[in-house]
Design a binder for this molecule. Structure first.
Ligand SMILES: Cc1ncc(COP(=O)(O)O)c(C=O)c1O
Length: 385
């Protein structure tokens, strides 16, 4: 049943991905072309053409290209190439990792990105929900003491820390990350950091903090593909203990096998300089859309909430829409106006007793990945609809 509902979410996204005039349902940046990505990474068209046309379409190394693994390791202090496995998107990293971890009980922020609980559930794991709460203004927060009490009581063997968090946009604070790490060390639990939006988690630094702590039972999964608007590249990684990565790689050998060499080349070019124009552009768009959304929310009479601290999504509440029929009719009006957002119900965001995560009822997840001018226009159309 859980699985069916989230298949519904992906179908829901696909249903409007290519047709909605204002697609604010997605969780990634506006799609870029191969040319934009390469020129923003300092690669001239001539060089791009030479490398592309001369790339051998052979198998890449099973662990991923060595120089690419070095770049990923450099983003995780204390890690070396041996601590990095290149995967087909963050999804595959999570898939392979959970299959090896075989968790009995998994604790994670709730609501959550589907894969993070469905993969463990498929293996029979119990899910411990660490609540994210939204107040009357639609501001999300977590209560660190409540989380720690929950962990002490439930004793999960795996704790997932998704930061920046999808769908709330929260960046978990250093104190909380530290306290959970200490608890996990003492309890012998594994910490999994999903850092899919790490490139968009700080106003000043390209890279936000990482959950990875060398020499402990901590693993991190991540990518740049949503942050930079190139999800079609399908690349990601897992960083952690080499022996565990070797077991994951063994399974990968018999499934997706390797990531294709063109994708690995493009990824190397993107990550070789974290101050590249491509990354700067993605971060500037993100900051601009956050400002646009904050200003919009201050004057909106129809929706409430806050811009995300990190990542490309946030949850907004719809005013005066407690009744499901009222909310449904508002969503219909939006769809008619060409605005596509993701209702929180499609994310299984409620609690089993039917309570809403937002203090004042129904809401939707809003993506901030659109081009800044288009985003501003979309918000005005949303308000009118
Ligand atoms: C928090 C989080 N983790 C993982 C993923 C999966 O990412 P990928 O497209 O790299 O497989 C997503 C996708 O949106 C995500 O939001």
């Amino acid at each position: 049943m859980e699985l069916l509902r989230s298949f519904f979410m992906e179908d829901y996204l696909e249903g409007s991905r290519f047709t909605a005039r204002y697609n604010l349902g997605e969780s990634g940046g506006r799609p870029v072309t191969v040319g934009e990505l390469l020129s923003g990474s300092g690669v001239s068209p001539e060089r791009a053409s030479d490398v592309f046309l001369s790339t051998l379409l052979r198998d890449s190394p099973n662990w991923g290209r060595a120089d690419l693994r070095d770049l990923v390791a450099a983003m995780h202090p204390g890690a070396t190439r041996e601590n990095v496995l290149i995967t087909t998107g963050t999804s595959e990293a999570l898939f392979l990792l959970f299959r090896q971890l075989r968790p009995r009980k998994v604790a994670l922020a709730w609501p959550a990105f589907q894969l993070l609980y469905e993969l463990p559930m498929q293996q029979g794991a119990e899910v411990v929900k660490l609540p994210v709460r939204w107040d009357e203004q639609g501001r999300p927060s977590v209560d660190a003491n409540e989380w720690l009490a929950h962990l002490a009581r439930e004793r999960p063997d795996v704790v997932i820390l998704n930061t920046p968090h999808n769908p709330s946009g929260l960046v978990l604070d250093a104190g909380l990350l530290d306290a959970v790490a200490k608890w996990a060390d003492a309890a012998g639990a594994t910490v999994v950091g999903d850092e899919h939006y790490r490139f968009l988690s700080s106003e000043d630094a390209v890279l936000g903090a990482t959950v990875y702590r060398p020499g402990t039972r901590s693993f991190v999964t991540g990518s740049f593909i949503k942050c930079l608007g190139c999800p079609g590249l399908r690349i990601g990684w897992c960083v952690g203990d080499t022996a565990m990565l070797a077991r994951m790689q063994n399974e990968k050998n018999y499934t997706t096998h390797t990531v294709n060499p063109v994708t690995e080349w493009l990824s190397f070019e993107v990550l070789k300089d974290l101050n590249s124009p491509a990354l700067r552009r993605a971060r500037e768009d993100w900051l601009r859309n956050r400002r646009t959304l904050s200003a919009f929310l201050e004057r909106s009479r129809t929706v409430y909430g806050v811009a995300p601290q990190g990542g490309l999504v946030t949850c907004l509440g719809v005013r005066d829409a407690m009744a499901p029929e009222v909310f449904a009719s508002r969503m219909e009006a939006l769809a008619k106006a060409g605005v596509f957002v993701l209702p929180l119900s499609a994310m299984e965001a409620g609690t089993p007793d039917g309570a809403h995560p937002l203090a004042r009822g129904h809401g939707f997840r809003l993506g901030l990945g659109a081009d800044p001018a288009h985003f501003a226009e979309a918000l005005e159309v949303l308000e009118r609809a």
